[in-house]
Design a protein around this ligand. Structure first.
Ligand code: SF4
Ligand SMILES: [Zn+2]
Ligand SMILES: [Zn+2]
Length: 314
């Protein structure tokens, strides 16, 4: 029988890269303590800060929010209803239910109701859905944080996400991205919040176990647009490496932060200006989100002219 490292009772989960096994209560304790250590060691935020937590309805972000609530941090959730069919509807339902059950405040931005659902943005601008989605998320996270006075924004990115992103950046030698990749991103614009990833040392497997042990009801399906994403290929590869050499992912990310990152320079983009329309950070007169919206409006206007002309009287 495998025994719990902490209390010697029967273990329920084995964490190979920590060379440890735990019973259910000890794993929950171990998981939460790891998150707390990351927060403190990387100076992400303190118990006095108001933290906006981006929650998609998936296991990582809900596990993160769950831990932060339990650890006594002051949090408010932020959920974007992206308008990606059933996937989005289920995600929103799970998130709202979680907030209700834990009696915590949730801010929901309904992009679909605003006519800015991701499929609409993608269709009218000929962009890949994930590109439109990335621009939307960045903008909405920053905007809501700013408008509600949050100085810290936390996301549920885990070790697998960080390792895959690192591998992608290395594969293409994205030196400026490498200079900035990490668990804490300090604001470079007056309207930006500090962005933090408290789960960056915790594997996807661990968050799945945590969510299961805690009875968190999350959306199990992946976004339909994630199928075939390069990121998944990288994750696959890293998982194969991890199976042969437990601890590879953690070493890759931690050693990068310690020895790799200092070797890269952040580039000479300079400080961003402010968008003329929305006031958020921009390079140029409009921010990328306002540019995206303008493109959508233009395309819709052009398409509407013949439609109304031929459709009149019906
Ligand atoms: S897979 Fe793409 S479209 Fe789906 S949530 Fe992620 S970034 Fe957005
Ligand atoms: Zn135990
Ligand atoms: Zn703007």
């Amino acid at each position: 029988m495998m025994k719990c490292k902490r209390c010697r009772s029967k273990a329920e989960v084995q964490i190979r890269h920590h060379n440890a096994a735990f019973c259910r209560p000890c794993f929950i304790f171990f998981f939460q303590r790891q998150v707390q250590r990351s927060i403190e060691k990387q100076r992400m935020f303190t118990a006095q800060d108001h933290v906006l937590v981006a929650v998609s309805g998936g296991k990582d972000s809900l596990a993160l929010w769950d831990v932060l609530i339990d650890l006594g941090y002051r949090t408010v959730g932020l959920h974007l209803a992206l308008g990606i069919g059933d996937y989005s509807h289920i995600s929103t339902t799970k998130t709202v239910e979680f907030a209700h059950r834990r009696a915590v405040r949730l801010i929901t931005v309904d992009l679909e109701a605003d006519g800015l659902a991701i499929p609409t943005l993608a269709r009218f601008t000929n962009r890949p859905a994930c590109a439109a989605c990335g621009t939307t998320k960045r903008h909405q996270f920053d905007r809501v944080a700013f408008e509600n006075g949050f100085r810290v924004l936390a996301t549920g990115h885990n070790l697998d996400d960080e390792a895959a992103r690192l591998l992608g950046n290395v594969m293409h030698w994205q030196v400026h991205h490498l200079a900035k990749q990490g668990p804490v991103l300090e604001p470079v614009h007056e309207r930006f919040a500090r962005k933090v990833k408290p789960l960056y040392r915790i594997s996807e497997y661990e968050t799945a176990v945590y969510a299961f042990f805690r009875g968190i009801d999350y959306v199990v399906d992946e976004c339909p647009n994630s199928v075939g994403a390069t990121q998944l290929t990288y994750k696959d590869m890293l998982n194969r490496l991890e199976a042969v050499m437990p601890g590879s992912k953690l070493t890759f990310v931690q050693d990068f932060l310690k020895s790799g990152r200092p070797a890269f320079s952040p580039g000479t983009d300079g400080a961003p200006q402010s968008c003329e329309v929305c006031g958020m950070a921009s390079f140029g007169t409009l921010c990328s989100y306002c540019r995206l919206r303008r493109e959508v409006e233009r395309a819709q206007d052009t398409w509407k002219v013949p439609r109304t002309a031929s459709g009149s009287g019906r």
